[in-house]
Design a protein around this ligand. Sequence first.
Ligand code: XIL
Length: 346
Amino acid sequence: HESLAKAAEGLFKIGTALNERQLNSGENQSLALTKQHFNAIVAENCMKSGRIQPVEGEFVWEHADRFVEFGEKHGMEINGHTLIWHSQAPRWFFVDEQGNDVSKEVLIERMETHINTLVGRYKGRVHTWDVVNETILDDGSWRNSKFYQILGEDFVKIAFELAHKADPEARLFYNDYSMAMPGKREGVVNMVKNLQKQGVKIDGIGMQGHVGLDYPSLEEFENSIKAFADLGVEVMITEMDVSALPNPSNHQGAEISDSIEYQQMLNPYTEGLPDSVQQRFNERYLDFFNLFLKYKDNISRVTFWGVTDRYSWKNNFPVRGRTDYPLLFDRDYQAKAVVSDIIELL
Ligand code: XIL
């Protein structure tokens, strides 16, 4: 096999996020890799509310159109990301002319216009939507976003119902990070059960796979796959990348390397990845893919958050001034060794 997606046929789709830079500036090498290795794409930024409707009533379609056309041209599953999210949302969405919070009615009206217009435009063409993104915190409580402040928990139900009405065929997902955390797992399970009880159509749960070399534990990640699958919905790994750099905010795992050099590393490309770290990086991807294989009947798609390290959001995040090594293809568009290992495993 010369292709991840082909190797995974019959198991799950293999997706990648695409951003404007790749779609517009003739980033031919990224697009060639996308065609070769992936059969699903997700919009990294161009469908977020602040991008698509930066000013009330003024929709910017240029990038999203190009994204959808690319997927159609190559017969890919096309995933929309994301309709309702507190982040990368325009301020106008939540305030009136005086700058005060809008009423429930006005916020619902704005959600309706936003969802109808966006989902409606790509009806039958965008196959799945991340309807709501990141509304449960790591301890299982609700994020105190503007949506929550104005509408309470109901905004999730409202969003799913609006999306379903706008495209009855589209598969609808809830998406979040840190899903291996027991508190968050429980919070998400409760929220989804509640939606199901009310008869809301929710097809799946997206587990963002932004992981490190030693967090989260595979066991907790598996517990979450199981808990979500038990709800009778699809499970997707939506934003996979494995940071090869120490995460200062992670206190969960054993240190992969105690060496000061590693702890202070800013750029594996110029400083070199210690062998132990390189090996751990490969193992991590293979451990996760072994887990995904075990749950192949529940997992419908594994999506990477980007094609090459060159354009990864992990560069400069969560620490500015760092260059990371998180994806399957390096900064020169070359497949890392782990690509053929994954293909062989599948
Ligand atoms: C990130 C993009 O990759 C960046 O380009 C952008 O600057 C910020 O957002 N969780 C999500 C994604 O659901 O939308 C985020 O994408 C990464 C974290």
